[in-house]
Design a protein around this ligand. Structure first.
Ligand SMILES: Nc1ncnc2c1ncn2[C@@H]1O[C@H](COP(=O)(O)OP(=O)(O)O)[C@@H](O)[C@H]1O
Ligand SMILES: O=C(O)C1=C[C@@H](OP(=O)(O)O)[C@@H](O)[C@H](O)C1
Ligand SMILES: [Mg+2]
Length: 186
């Protein structure tokens, strides 16, 4: 035996900033390799019955982060999932610990320019509903990039890649670390 399986609990956790593609890529990867897809933001919305902007409006970012922490603590105890997280998940130390120790963490990276383009038409990200989203995304990347790096087992670049190309890059990486045709250890 080679010791600990590389993919803890057969879980893959996607982290990275708003608009990098966590939700989109996670769903595709789950389809390809037969894991259950879960998006922590959707889970919070399902549980509260309202959309994220309304949670921010009524409870502020602090209220949202509490809900996020509870959901991450619970979802990371599952197995055989691809979990797409919200961009701010790494701000919380407990979240970082759970992600890092309960699954294989992939940091999806992109430039602020790409993130701006990909979030431009969305009204669903309260932190970017401001006059200057570019400055906000720059601040976010300065603060969070080291945190994404600290929690991730690998970083995968998504800039100048189509969704399909990112999916392929992730699958290629998984095959490489597992060193075989199957994606996930069982
Ligand atoms: N590699 C990519 N190239 C172009 N557009 C992308 C790419 N990845 C995601 N997108 C688009 O960017 C937007 C944000 O993606 P989403 O999956 O919601 O990001 P996140 O969950 O990380 O915030 C979506 O409209 C999605 O189709
Ligand atoms: O970066 C953040 O702080 C947030 C990212 C969002 O998720 P996405 O990264 O999927 O957009 C969502 O959790 C919320 O609006 C806060
Ligand atoms: Mg998302």
């Amino acid at each position: 035996m080679l010791g600990e399986p590389i993919i803890l609990n057969n879980n893959i956790f996607l982290v990275g900033p708003m608009g990098v593609g966590k939700t989109t890529i996670g769903r595709h990867i789950a389809d390809e390799i037969g894991l259950t897809f879960i998006d922590s933001d959707r889970e919070i919305e399902n549980r509260t019955g309202v959309e994220i902007p309304l949670i921010f409006e009524f409870e502020g970012e602090i209220g949202f982060r509490k809900r996020e922490q509870a959901v991450i603590a619970e979802l990371t105890t599952l197995s055989n999932i691809i979990l797409s997280t919200g961009g701010g998940v790494v701000l919380n130390e407990q979240n970082r610990h759970h992600l890092q120790t309960r699954g294989y963490v992939i940091y999806l990276h992109a430039s602020v320019e790409d993130l701006l383009e990909r979030t431009a038409h969305s009204r669903n990200r309260p932190l970017l509903q401001i006059e200057n989203p570019r400055t906000k995304l720059e601040q976010i990347m300065t603060e969070r990039h080291p945190l994404y790096q600290s929690v991730a087992h690998v970083t995968i670049e998504t800039g100048h890649r189509t969704i399909r190309q990112v999916v392929k890059a992730v699958l290629k990486h998984l095959r490489k670390i597992l060193g075989k045709d199957e994606y996930i250890t069982s």
